[in-house]
Design a protein around this ligand. Sequence first.
Ligand code: MEZ
Length: 531
Amino acid sequence: MYTEEMKKSMAKVDENRENNTSYEPPRMTAEEKEALLAEYHPDYKKEEFSVLLTGENKGEKVPKELAALLLGKSRINADFDLSSPDYDVDVLVIGGGGAGASAAIEAHNTGASVMIVTKLRIGDANTMMAEGGIQAADKPNDSPAVHFTDAYGGGHFAAKKELLYKLVTEAPEAVKWLNDLGVEFDKREDGTMITTHGGGTSRKRMHAAKDYTGAEIMRTLRDEVLNRQIPVVDFTAAVELILDEEGKAAGAVLLNMETNALLTARAKTVVLATGGAGRLHYQGFPTSNHYGATADGLVLAYRAGAKLLYPDTLQYHPTGAAYPEQIFGALVTEKVRSLGAKLVNADGEVFIHPLETRDVSAASIIRECTKRGKGVKTVDGVGVWLDTPMIEKKNGEGTIEKRIPAMMRMFGEYGIDIRKEPILVYPTLHYQNGGVDINTQCETKVKNLYAAGEVVGGIHGRNRLMGNSLLDVIVFGRNAGRNAGKRAKETTAGKLTLKHIEEFEREAEKNGALSDIQSPMLLPDYAGKNK
Ligand code: MEZ
């Protein structure tokens, strides 16, 4: 199945493996990193962004694909009848991933009536797809302060400090909470957690459940939601937020994805936990994301008057599968590099330290495949080698099967034994660094609207470290749910209205900015039905 060119290149990787395994490439200096990013990272391609002409981020740039959705037309008319709600709850959680489930559990603990709505099924979310681990500084040689320093530097010193502080200081308790709920973390015989490095970490603080950590966390959270009998309305998307006459969030208009019926949910508080945007395939990149990652929450929140922070920064995971084409773009966990695999070019040369931060690693792969011409041509693309057999050379036979069985299986399905052969990788769209701006209480600019998880921006600055996303869905999901539950006791929803949609569209039209597509997108349009 490999072409002759691929085979020749693979032979060079095999030939150099002995030396490459022991070779430690130097870390890049800050200046080298900045220059590399400016030339090769997709976030720096000016022509791929548009300036928003309406809304709270007026004058700021966002990816073109996102701008079209933010300034798109609503799926409903502003005169939609809200007079007899189909659901009436204290806390409405929109989204059934890790943040939504954590929020629902904590809101439930406050005694509030809670309901989750999700456009697919509970657990169909990016949380499920996270593989390599969750960070928490809970070992004696580590501390939240060191965790903060790693993440702040890795995010280009742009994180909102108070959010990052909350993330790292509440991390040990978040991992303990998951462990107590039943997450099967990898442990030693004495019960202590096995932890590894990730890109940009100066201590081993990645806690994992092999290489399906997100799936294991989501399994546990979903069980907890179901055991508590928190109502979950599946296959039902939020298509607009509802405000009351004072501008407070007071529910959502929902679309039953199976019958197309529109429904109304009234709530005293709303938690937005709708996840990311990988399925927008910014700049034509493949994605590691779940099918539902279409930026819906950003659209809903923006139209309701929320502000976005850093919506122009995306994360391209350095190692998406580049071959075979059936798994093009699928995540090859960073844990593969944590365990010792290095990135190697077509000539068998290691070209970057394996644990540089993701933005830097991704840019270095793009440089290798473009300017340096040292990429490996696949059938319809290009990639570089990730030399997985190095893992067993370094850690002993059996390590791959034990620590990264999902990777072994994913490639094994296509006849590739990653214990013996390197694999081809190329950056894949993985994470939305930016999103809705929140404070430490998870409040957005819209009163009674809380947000948590990937829909939020600013926690990680302009680049996120591995394992800090599974962490943020738990830390901020729990806080959002707890605070929304408490607030629901002190607030009442006035008369429901959708006036904000009409006003937003009028303003966008006046500015010549209204795009002619309907949003939120809800599902990617691979069949081109909406074109
Ligand atoms: O935090 C992530 O994005 C993650 C754990 C991904 C991975 O490489 O496994």
